[in-house]
Design a protein around this ligand. Structure first.
Ligand code: ARG
Length: 258
């Protein structure tokens, strides 16, 4: 995770961002700290990367890399505003002894590359490109399933789909995907939790699950109830200040699969 010391919304690279609306950095810091403490209370280990001045979106650690089996695929950001985050995250891993590979094309890390027990689900349409899907499949040796995103509000796969593990496998918003990708998701995950647009609109699908406990935005009340009915334990956190940049719990979290 990366502390939002320099968090701001002073450019707009997705429809959630309004540079004219005020942002309360202290509030963002407090909300982020609660997320960090929530993970620790659940028994997870959290490592931190130092934030860099001038990179207000660096708090969204999910975009910094993709880490599977101790191998790290670096990120290359679509927009120049975030370009310097890629090397910063890759350095963090390289200095800690991980095997790293630089991105060869636009790749926004776990924003678009989500690992399930069988596949690497890979979003495209707004940020990560198809070459990155191929690079990830080759590096990790996991079957990549390309999914086409169609709604600019759900510009990263992790805003439209949550990997839950457990009986449902995933939760997702069908409306965020092309017709073909919806068919693919229905085939692969017939028991998936289908989220409502109301819950997706508070970034409810931007969640982190350990297979049972699901850390999600506290505003996603309907989704929390659906999860409870399916045997999961929803853990609500309020990240409303970071949502002004288009991010939620999952965006703030890069999973290090050593
Ligand atoms: N403002 C950031 C951007 O548009 C938000 C990134 C959110 N991260 C995520 N994993 N969805 O790039």
């Amino acid at each position: 995770m990366c502390r939002p010391t320099y968090f701001a919304v002073d450019y707009a690279i997705n429809p959630w961002m309004d540079p004219t609306a005020p942002v309360d950095v202290d509030r963002a810091l407090a909300q982020w700290t609660t997320l960090l403490e929530t993970y620790r209370a659940l028994g997870h280990t959290v490592d931190l990367i130092d934030p860099i001045p001038g990179l207000p979106d660096m708090v969204f650690a999910a975009n910094g890399a993709t880490v599977i089996d101790g191998k790290v695929l670096g990120s290359e950001f679509r927009f120049p505003e975030r370009a310097e985050e890629g090397p910063a995250y890759l350095d963090w891993f390289a200095t800690r002894g991980f095997v790293t590979q630089e991105a060869k094309s636009v790749n926004e890390g776990e924003g678009d590359l989500l690992l399930t027990d069988r596949y690497l689900l890979a979003g495209t349409g707004f940020r990560t490109d198809l070459h990155a899907h191929a690079q990830a499949q080759e590096l990790f040796g996991r079957p990549v399933v390309t999914l086409q995103l169609v709604d600019p509000h759900f510009y990263h796969l992790d805003t439209a789909l949550t990997v839950l593990g457990g009986p449902a496998g995933i939760a997702y918003l069908p409306e965020a995907f092309s017709a073909g990708s919806r068919k693919v998701l229905r085939q692969l995950y017939p028991d998936a939790v289908i989220a409502s647009e109301i819950d997706a609109a508070v970034l409810g699908l931007n969640a982190v699950s350990d297979g049972r406990r699901v850390v999600l935005p506290v505003q996603a009340v309907g989704l929390a109830n659906q999860l409870r009915e399916r045997g999961y334990e929803p853990v609500g956190v309020d990240l409303s200040e970071l949502r002004k940049a288009g991010g939620g719990p999952k965006c703030c979290t890069l999973e290090v699969r050593a």
